[in-house]
Design a protein around this ligand. Sequence first.
Ligand SMILES: [Zn+2]
Ligand SMILES: [Zn+2]
Length: 247
Amino acid sequence: MRLTIIGCGDAFGTGGRLQTSFHVKAEASTFLIDCGASTLIGLKRLGLAPNDFDTVFVTHLHGDHFGGLPWLLIDAQYASKRTRPLVVTGPKGIESRFVAAAEALYPNSTKTSRSFELSFIEYEERRPLDVRGVTVTPFEVHHPSDAPPYALRFEVDGKALAFTGDTGWVEAICDAAQGTDLLISESFQYDVVLDLHLDFKTIDANYERLGTKRVLLTHMGETMLCRSGEVDASRYLVAHDGMTLDL
Ligand SMILES: [Zn+2]
Ligand SMILES: [Zn+2]
């Protein structure tokens, strides 16, 4: 499967990077992991068709992770003319948060009739969910966003991939990452330990316990981005917008 980084920035536009969104093209299905506000721009910049994916798997309900859904909706309706059904998975309350965001930005956009089916599925803690050939398992982490935040583990085409979402350090990260081919880890800080976000030094101190083959660092703030050249390249890859990885 091919992973393409549409956006690997933080919420503050650090380094001019787009907000979080990853595109995965597997044999079973094509899907997005998170959909930050700039996702539609990123997809089109990379020549990835907004009609090609089946599912958007959302980690948590912050704008830089789900705020791009209203633009996907209006693009699907008026520009890309989507007919393929779209499934959005996320924490409890995802549908009402999406409707509130979309109605604030484009009034009546959720009420007009559509040429495609849009459905929402809510996560249950650590209960694997099968969506079009992709198995996703949510692991609750720590990152208050008025709904439970999750790290997500994906199994598809015989490979395993995990993403921490945004979170302070919790043991659930090790559970989600165990045995994966790749862990995408947020690394907002370099060495400042926060309750709500990870820092590189904490990730590195726990590296052996993650049980993954490789770690891809993303969601980097200013200090982390400045020091990203210092990480051990045998352990870590540093994300940039447009990067692709074949797993
Ligand atoms: Zn967040
Ligand atoms: Zn974020």
